[in-house]
Design a protein around this ligand. Structure first.
Ligand code: ADP
Ligand code: NA
Length: 328
């Protein structure tokens, strides 16, 4: 049976994925493998839209791949590859750039946000065309569905518009992808500032999957809560406690309601201590697996090489078709 196709990517711009990345996106990738033919990419071309140290980028690309494998991406079932290993991404991106209006690209709110506080010459043209490269990533694989968070909706809309524009100008070539509505993702908030999302750019409130597990437990113990005593899920009145409950529930098979009754009459300290243990139990075997992949570079190379081959089987055919239609 033919499974519908999915494409998703993640940037290798940190030494570790964080709990927000996992519970908000990567866990869904793992689940999607059951129903979809998946193409998962470590998007190093996207990473260099802002300056990267070459050696660090190389390391983080491998670290990202090792983490994805340890989280449950199955390289036999899915194509797991590094974007720069598949030259068709940059090639299709150029063709699509020539179909994108300058004003159309300028309306992307993520670019506007990212460039707003910087001098024009400190913002690369690559950052401006980033969503077009993203469109190429998706359209190369004729993806039926793309998992998207709120912040990526506008980029998916651009992708759909570019696919339709190409199809009507040159003949039917691309599948027009739909948004995949994630089954069980959770938005995770900063432990020190539960009003903003957990992000790698704010080190104090983030649980990094690769950090010393004891450090994670300590961060949870000092998470910001509130002056009340009740352990209740109430995102308005108790954002800190609610965030801890959401993380706890996501990492175990306990529902939030189960947790509320389990912790009825107990204190925040208990919740934090137990959640710390849950996190440690999750990351300890994960980190062991990551180290296993990193300790065998030849094996990791082989997996990524095979992933790129799988990806190219599809992307090269799409690009041949595109070039032919464009008149190359
Ligand atoms: P960061 O915000 O730390 O820079 P990215 O922007 O690289 O992380 O996000 C990678 C993926 O992880 C995206 O799919 C994004 O929606 C998801 N993600 C990031 N932070 C969170 C969070 N706090 N809660 C849920 N999902 C998140
Ligand atoms: Na993002």
């Amino acid at each position: 049976t033919v499974r519908p196709r999915v494409l998703s990517g993640i940037q290798p711009t940190a030494d570790s994925f964080h709990l927000g990345n996992y519970l908000g996106a990567l866990r869904e990738w793992v689940t999607m493998q059951q129903r979809y033919e998946c193409f998962f990419s470590v998007v190093d071309l996207h990473a260099i839209t802002v300056e990267q140290d070459p050696e660090l980028l190389r390391q983080r690309t491998r670290l990202s791949a090792a983490q994805l494998l340890a989280l449950g991406i199955d390289p036999d079932r899915s194509a797991l590859f590094v974007q720069s290993h598949v030259p068709e991404h940059a090639q299709l991106s150029w063709v699509l750039e020539c179909l994108t209006g300058f004003g159309e690209a300028g309306r992307m709110t993520q670019f506007k946000d990212k460039s707003a506080r910087q001098e024009a010459d400190h913002v690369s043209v690559g950052l401006f065309t980033y969503p077009v490269l993203q469109a190429a990533d998706i359209l190369l694989y004729q993806a039926d569905a793309v998992p998207v968070g709120e912040d990526q909706r506008q980029h998916l809309e651009l992708t759909r518009n570019l696919a339709q524009r190409f199809n009507s100008r040159y003949g039917n070539t691309f599948t027009v992808p739909d948004a995949h509505i994630p089954g069980d993702t959770a938005k995770i908030y900063d432990l020190q500032d539960p009003g903003s999302k957990m992000s790698k750019s704010v080190p104090s409130g983030v649980i990094e999957l690769m950090e010393e597990p004891k450090r994670s437990a300590k961060k949870i113990r000092s998470a910001v809560t509130d002056t009340g005593r009740e352990i209740r899920y109430d995102t308005e009145g108790k954002p800190g406690v609610s965030n801890l409950l959401a993380i706890y529930s996501a990492l175990t098979d306990k529902s939030i309601a189960d947790l509320e009754s389990e912790f009825d009459g107990r204190g925040y300290g208990d919740l934090k201590k137990e959640l710390g243990e849950v996190v440690v139990e999750f990351v300890t075997p994960f980190q062991e697996q990551v180290r296993g992949y990193l300790d065998d570079p030849a094996q990791l190379d082989k997996i990524l090489h095979r992933g790129a081959q799988k990806a190219r089987e599809v992307s090269a055919e799409t690009l041949r078709n595109v070039f032919d239609r464009v008149g190359f």
